[in-house]
Design a protein around this ligand. Sequence first.
Ligand code: HEM
Length: 83
Amino acid sequence: MYDFWETMILGNMIYQGNPMLRHLELTRKEPLKKEHFDRWMELWSETVTEFFSGKNADEAVLRAQNIATLMQYKTEEINRSYL
Ligand code: HEM
């Protein structure tokens, strides 16, 4: 996760994974639902704003929100197909 955010926010291209795929695998084992993403987002925002402020901090919250929205949409599709 450190590498991921360093790549996203600071532009040092050190992360080479595929977080979306990782979480799609996770939701097959234990469904990731809206309440989990809401809580994740709450913890992320709190943590970022506790330690940082400014343009990069705002960007970290905004980008996480965008990714979380997309991730939730994709995990819901998988969760539905496992009903
Ligand atoms: C319901 C919300 C979420 C849960 C419960 C969750 C849980 C996890 C877990 C258990 C792992 C370890 C997976 C593994 O090593 O196999 C992981 C990895 C990771 N998560 Fe999440 N996650 C959530 C949302 C997010 C979101 C919204 C982001 C991005 C903004 C994110 C970014 C990452 C990254 C970058 C990794 C490392 C992946 C890698 O090793 O390449 N996660 N997460």
